[in-house]
Design a protein around this ligand. Structure first.
Ligand SMILES: [Zn+2]
Length: 480
């Protein structure tokens, strides 16, 4: 595929060379046409594309706009050949965004690919009068989706997710006993506490998962594997019941086969790709690709069907350069920063599928980006105030900021093309409240002070500070 893309790029260069030689006369007509003068609304869209959405300028090979509207192309060759996937008239921009927000992901994709936008009219916007802004219930009628990151549950599952903290006793003199906890459980505890606080202020709250160790499918990862396996067996008319043996990481081969077979079927994989999934894939591979793809899709579809006024994606960070020792231990570190991510920062290759191109257009044409920036700026201020942790500057020594993110004018807020920042509609804050491997934080976070309904694991009081930060961020966002 990469070779094909490179060849297309080469063709494109050739074509430009020919144009440069003054071959087609259309370039002369273009030269005489008055340059496109965008109005205020169009300029805002173009600014979002330039400042928030395009990380690698090669993506401009798949975009064009003029006085009629904006077009997006499957690849650079399609642009040269003037074969857009979709051309959207400017006047259809807002109606398009509103229409697709009312649809499921697959309906939205069909509607986008059908390209019938001429007769789109504005649907009535969301009723704004639901916000009563009373002092007692300042969030009365506000719909808020909370997405606690990862799955958590047992430490074994957290190892599979690679979302856990283990630090040896004596790693630093302050650490008097071994530390072990996982991010999925911290995130779930935060969501449960935050739901209570927001509901007391009048909000309607959705959680994408609410029980310890449960995925977005409201079942454990193991139960998800079992259901995938039964589906695959039924579809293929066979049974792996007698299959003994385990994957390299200790899971029944039957589950690997089931999840792999469904993934091969959905993705229409053939040849060595499909063979690899059935014979070589470890459970970590199954988790990382088929499971996470399905889980993110499920989270996004639940959130979008709820039509929230805002969405908080709850995560906890670690210092990117911390290294895992043999035996899977981290070092306690001195750095500790908060930050938040919003939609944008599409990198080279990330406009490769119709659904990502549609998402790019949705983010360009809607207010999702400015509203997410405004929400996230308030949440980061809340983190700084309630956690006493500084917002991270645009630190280019961190790969995920340098290579994958774009800084915004808001302190500690970065555009980044994560599955959920891309797929969720409306204002979103993907919060990374603190570094779990910071020396003081890991000592706080291993405390077992809170017992929450739906959770076996007891959690630290520190989560209450994080909840207060989010609540204040949400209140500031709504009130302003
Ligand atoms: Zn996370």
């Amino acid at each position: 595929l990469r070779i094909l893309v490179d060849m297309k790029a080469l063709f494109f260069c050739f074509y430009l060379l020919l144009l440069g030689m003054g071959l087609p006369s259309c370039t002369e007509t273009n030269a005489q046409a008055p340059p496109f003068q965008p109005n205020v609304e169009q300029q805002a869209i173009l600014n979002r594309i330039e400042n928030y959405l395009v990380k690698d300028s090669i993506l401009y090979d798949q975009l064009s706009w003029d006085e009629n509207g904006i077009s997006i192309y499957p690849d650079s060759l399609a642009k040269v050949e003037d074969k857009p996937e979709v051309s959207l008239p400017w006047k259809a921009a807002r109606p398009f965004v509103d229409h697709v927000a009312q649809m499921s992901a697959s309906e939205a994709l069909d509607f986008y690919l059908a390209g019938q936008f001429e007769n789109l009219v504005q649907v009535g916007g969301l009723p704004d009068d639901i916000l009563s802004l009373s002092d007692d219930l300042p969030l009365q009628g506000v719909r808020i989706a909370l997405d606690p990151g990862h799955v958590g549950g047992t430490m074994e599952l957290a190892y599979l997710e690679k979302k856990f903290i283990r630090i040896r006793k004596g790693n630093r003199p302050e650490i008097h006993k071994a530390i072990a906890f996982n991010e999925g459980n911290l995130a779930l505890g935060t969501a449960l506490l935050l739901r209570d606080s927001l509901e007391k202020l009048g909000a309607q709250v959705l959680l994408t998962r609410s029980k310890e160790g449960h995925t977005a499918f409201d079942m454990s990862y193991e139960a998800w594997l079992e259901s995938e396996t039964q589906q695959a067996e039924a579809r293929l008319g066979l049974s792996w019941a007698d299959l003994d043996g385990k994957t390299a990481d200790g899971y029944p081969l039957r589950w690997r086969n089931g999840a792999a077979a469904n993934y091969i079927f959905q993705q229409e994989l053939v040849g060595t790709d499909s063979l690899w999934w059935m014979t070589e894939a470890t459970m970590r591979d199954i988790y990382r690709i088929p499971f996470l793809k399905a889980d993110f899709k499920q989270r996004a579809s639940e959130i979008n069907a709820f039509h929230p006024d805002l969405t908080l994606i709850l995560h906890y960070n670690i210092w990117e350069k911390n290294t895992w020792s043999a035996g899977q231990y981290l070092n306690a570190v001195d750095d500790n920063y908060c930050m938040a991510f919003i939609p944008g920062s599409f990198m080279a290759g990330e406009l490769g599928k119709p659904e990502t191109r549609m998402a790019f257009l949705q983010k360009a044409l809607s207010d999702d980006i400015p509203e997410s920036e405004r929400l996230s700026a308030e949440v980061v201020k809340g983190f700084e105030k309630h956690l006493g942790i500084p917002a991270i500057p645009y630190d280019t020594s961190l790969r995920y900021l340098r290579a994958a993110s774009l800084p915004t004018p808001a302190k500690g807020v970065f555009a980044r093309n994560l599955s959920l920042t891309r797929m969720v509609n409306g204002p979103i804050c993907f919060g990374e409240a603190l570094y779990q491997d910071n020396l003081e934080e890991c000592l706080r976070l291993q405390q077992k002070q809170l017992r929450l309904k739906g959770m076996r694991t007891q959690l630290p009081n520190r989560l209450k500070d994080v909840v207060n930060a989010y609540v204040e961020g949400v209140l500031q966002f709504i009130q302003k």
